[in-house]
Design a protein around this ligand. Structure first.
Ligand SMILES: NCc1[nH]cc(CCC(=O)O)c1CC(=O)O
Length: 306
């Protein structure tokens, strides 16, 4: 009898692309495996009129998918790892973290090449506190405006003239065949992405060894090491999507290097830190960089929000 694996997925074009990508990679790794997508709507997708922070945070994008796995209606779920809370729901695990795609944020505009080229008081769209904080730190004159919705919705709002520029993840644009919209890549360490940006993760029940074994074929050890450092830093800063935390780790041989930033979305203050350590201790490196950020006063930015 051939084996069947059901993948729960959100219905946005990006989520569907990522789930199809995982399905194709799993079929390659396991010839004969039959895969079905189970597209679902989540509270995070439905509530567009209020901020995510107000309705309960990024976990809302996972909840319905987790319920489907608990009920046995799906075996696993595919996520952008940057949207996965630092603490997983009890009873769940991430058996695979795929090789990271482009980690960088993208500057997108129909008229300007990069942040430095924007005129005084230009209007930039992003609802990400992390992006707002870095924009404020670089250009206190800019007017920052909220921008939500899926990638295509956000591009349509830019094209409608609501903004002079917007910031999105390169990885999402590339996956949707929208690379041509990227005017410049905002690169580390000057501009830092969200922890785990560009990495796709597969989630399953932690008691489902058969699904975990199938998914483990897609795990990319170097990416896992880097994102563990980034997520450990975020966790040590009480990280969630409500706080402006950015982080990016790279591996050079057996050395792991991590850059972190905590900023204020309201007044442009920001602190930065970086450190390096052995590749086999990503958690310790994340905690070390978090402590260096806290020693510089990061707690002042985080405290009112936590
Ligand atoms: N916050 C939504 C989200 N979650 C993951 C991506 C892009 C893909 C990725 O980072 O892996 C995006 C879009 C964006 O931030 O522009």
């Amino acid at each position: 009898m051939s084996q069947i694996l059901r993948i729960a997925t959100r219905k946005s074009p990006l989520a569907l692309w990522q789930s199809e990508h995982v399905a194709a990679a799993l079929r390659d790794a396991h010839p004969g495996l039959h895969i079905e997508l189970v597209p679902m709507s989540t509270r995070g997708d439905e509530v567009l009129d209020r901020s995510l922070a107000a309705i309960g945070g990024k976990g809302l994008f996972l909840k319905e998918l987790e319920i489907a796995m608990q009920r046995g209606e799906a075996d696993c779920a595919v996520h952008s790892l940057k949207d996965v809370p630092m603490e997983l729901e009890p009873g769940f695990a991430l058996p695979a973290i795929l090789a990271r795609a482009d980690y960088a944020d993208a500057f997108i505009s129909n008229r300007f090449d990069d942040i430095a080229s924007l005129p005084e008081e230009a209007v930039v769209g992003t609802s990400s506190l992390r992006r707002q904080a870095q924009l404020r730190a670089l250009r206190p004159d800019l007017q920052l405006r909220d921008l939500r919705g899926n990638v295509n919705t956000r591009l349509a709002k830019l094209d409608a003239g609501d903004y002079d520029a917007i910031v999105l993840a390169c990885a999402g644009l590339q996956r949707l065949g929208l690379d041509a919209r990227i005017r410049s890549r905002m690169q580390a360490p000057d501009w830092l992405p969200a922890p785990a940006q560009g990495a796709i993760a597969i989630e399953c029940r932690d008691d489902d060894a058969a699904t975990a074994a199938l998914c483990a074929a897609l795990d990319h050890a170097d990416t896992r090491t880097c994102v563990e450092a980034e997520r450990a830093m975020n966790r040590a800063l009480h990280g969630s999507c409500h706080v402006p935390v950015a982080g990016f780790a790279t591996l050079e041989g057996a050395r792991l290097r991590l850059h972190g930033l905590v900023g204020s979305a309201s007044d442009g203050r920001a602190v930065r830190a970086h450190a390096e350590g052995p590749a086999d201790a990503p958690e310790a490196l994340g905690v070390e960089v978090a402590q260096a950020l806290l020693a510089q006063g990061a707690g002042d930015f985080l405290a009112p929000l936590s």
